[in-house]
Design a protein. Structure first.
Length: 153
């Protein structure tokens, strides 16, 4: 049965389509930005889910979710180490919540790029170029962090 489902594209198309449908519909219903009508939001979510599933076409999902699983495990290990030293994540970042948001956004971007996300859009960027860009962004971030501090007293 599992082989038949796999041959029919259930895992490569149907499950990701259902996932995106649920996410898009949930966002449209909770925010009510486009319409108050659930039927209109449903149609928009169906179309958006089909477009997303068509663009990524299977292989991307397994790579993204596999990479996300590894990153999530790393974050859990980091939280365990912080707890061992008596630190809570909210205490660690305190008033620097924007830095945490930027770090998380960069992490999501890294996961997308490392899973080959740009190839779904026809971009031919190799991994060496992506690594070079990431290193340059980290260097710029470090320079901005050091240069943005208040002068010595």
């Amino acid at each position: 049965m599992l082989t038949t489902l796999s041959n029919l594209g259930f895992y490569d198309f149907m499950l990701p389509w259902l996932l995106f449908l649920a996410v898009f519909y949930g966002l449209l219903q909770s925010k009510k930005t486009i319409s108050e009508d659930a039927a209109v939001n449903g149609v928009i979510a169906i179309v958006a889910a089909f477009l997303t599933a068509f663009i990524a076409r299977g292989f991307l999902y397994t790579r993204i979710f596999g990479t996300m699983g590894v990153v999530a495990a790393g974050l859990v290990i980091l939280l365990v180490f912080l707890a061992m030293f008596g630190l809570k994540p909210e205490e660690l970042f305190g008033e620097h919540k924007a830095a945490l948001g930027i770090a998380l956004a960069l992490l999501v971007l890294f996961i997308f790029l490392s899973a080959g996300g740009l190839s779904a859009f026809g971009a031919g960027i190799d991994s060496d170029t992506v690594i070079t860009i990431v290193i340059l962004l980290v260097m710029v971030g470090a320079i901005a962090f050091i240069g943005g501090g208040k002068g010595g007293e």
